[in-house]
Ligand binder design. Structure first.
Ligand SMILES: *[C@@H]1O[C@H](CO)[C@@H](O)[C@H](O)[C@H]1NC(C)=O
Ligand SMILES: *[C@@H]1O[C@H](CO)[C@@H](O)[C@H](O)[C@H]1NC(C)=O
Ligand SMILES: *[C@@H]1O[C@H](CO)[C@@H](O)[C@H](O)[C@H]1NC(C)=O
Ligand SMILES: *[C@@H]1O[C@H](CO)[C@@H](O)[C@H](O)[C@H]1NC(C)=O
Ligand SMILES: *[C@@H]1O[C@H](CO)[C@@H](O)[C@H](O)[C@H]1NC(C)=O
Ligand SMILES: *[C@@H]1O[C@H](CO)[C@@H](O)[C@H](O)[C@H]1NC(C)=O
Ligand SMILES: *[C@@H]1O[C@H](CO)[C@@H](O)[C@H](O)[C@H]1NC(C)=O
Ligand SMILES: *[C@@H]1O[C@H](CO)[C@@H](O)[C@H](O)[C@H]1NC(C)=O
Ligand SMILES: *[C@@H]1O[C@H](CO)[C@@H](O)[C@H](O)[C@H]1NC(C)=O
Length: 260
């Protein structure tokens, strides 16, 4: 065998090498700017990518409308939903869900002042999952009215409050709920996930938070084809940003035959 055949200047193999090199070089030199812009970013150890985008750190077109988050000074991802701020504990991209906890209730030092507000998922972006329960907070309970009601006093949530006012917390299936709202007035409800047969403290429940499902375009086809998902707000259409150009669904050609 004469090996030099393959690498003589004008052998077909050498031409193929050279052509491939120039093709790759050309491709690399003009990578689509939206593909570059939508590289996933991190907040703490949480990867942020479509449908989320970090406000002021990623282009809006890298996310789906309604999924803007921010990254706070403690490297926690923050999502605002109906006037409450929630810490995103974990994003489960594979099943389109995320675990949130109320930012004011987070950590050891749970606030006793009425900062938790009712959540209302009136938009169509987020839906509650099935394990969800309500955790009622009654702020400003009149201590004199609570009196010696030892059952209710067991639900006192905060210590070190003024002697006149107490905060009670209980799950929405608690038999004392009626009696508490009689003595304390309207409460606010924080969603929590409660699993059958478990025994965890209310502080732990708040910290653990709750799971919501989200509704947005499915990114997996584009992602698996090497693209980065995005959304064009002008045309209100999903986009798959690929190294060469934006595609409709996936970077693999032939998409027009399969697009829905
Ligand atoms: C947050 O993350 C950035 C980048 O990873 C790091 O430089 C910074 O020290 C972190 N800040 C905190 C409070 O952990
Ligand atoms: C997204 O699409 C993939 C197939 O492309 C499918 O396997 C997956 O279940 C879908 N995810 C959701 C949350 O619908
Ligand atoms: C999605 O998957 C994660 C991890 O597997 C799980 O903890 C979470 O509960 C799932 N979400 C829903 C809505 O079932
Ligand atoms: C807990 O919160 C109270 C009131 O907001 C504050 O005065 C106190 O310093 C906090 N304690 C800790 C350990 O953060
Ligand atoms: C609470 O109990 C104490 C002692 O048991 C009693 O003196 C007091 O009257 C009780 N107060 C009310 C409001 O029931
Ligand atoms: C608590 O109640 C006492 C008498 O019932 C009253 O004098 C005092 O001002 C109250 N304190 C607060 C902080 O409301
Ligand atoms: C919060 O929601 C609960 C239950 O739906 C309701 O009873 C309560 O009045 C609401 N509180 C406020 C301040 O809207
Ligand atoms: C739950 O745990 C607490 C202490 O962690 C314990 O005092 C209580 O009896 C437990 N309740 C049940 C129903 O197991
Ligand atoms: C959205 O689509 C319009 C029309 O095709 C185009 O002019 C515009 O540049 C696109 N915007 C983004 C952010 O891709």
């Amino acid at each position: 065998m004469n090996h030099s055949f393959f690498f003589t200047p004008f052998s077909p193999v050498a031409i193929l090498f050279i052509a491939t090199f120039f093709l790759l070089a050309k491709k690399a030199s003009c990578t689509d700017p939206q593909f570059l812009a939508c590289e996933p970013k991190s907040c703490g150890d949480q990867k942020i990518s479509f449908p989320f985008h970090i406000q002021n750190a990623q282009e809006e077109y890298c996310g789906y409308p309604g999924f803007a988050v921010s990254c706070n000074e403690k490297n926690k991802t923050v999502l605002s939903l109906s006037d409450n701020e929630y810490i995103i504990q974990e994003i489960y991209y594979q099943n389109h869900s995320l675990r949130l906890s109320n930012a004011v209730g987070f950590g050891k030092n749970t606030s006793c002042s009425p900062q938790i507000q009712n959540i209302s998922l009136n938009g169509d972006r987020f839906r509650q999952s099935t394990t969800r329960t309500g955790l009622f907070f009654f702020y400003n309970c009149n201590s004199a009215l609570l009196g010696n009601d030892s059952k209710l006093l067991k639900h006192k949530f905060c210590s070190g409050e003024s002697a006149n006012v107490s905060t009670l917390a209980m799950l929405d299936d608690d038999p004392l709920l009626g009696s508490a709202s009689e003595k304390c007035g309207a409460g606010v409800v924080a969603p929590v996930d409660v699993y059958r047969g478990e025994n965890v403290s209310i502080g732990k429940m708040l910290e653990r938070g709750f799971v919501l499902n989200w509704v947005a375009s499915n990114c997996s086809e584009c992602d698996e084809s090497g693209g980065r998902c995005g959304f064009n707000i002008t045309t209100y259409q999903f986009k798959c940003f690929c190294p060469d150009r934006p595609h409709a669904r996936s970077c693999i050609s032939g998409e027009y035959f399969f697009s829905s």
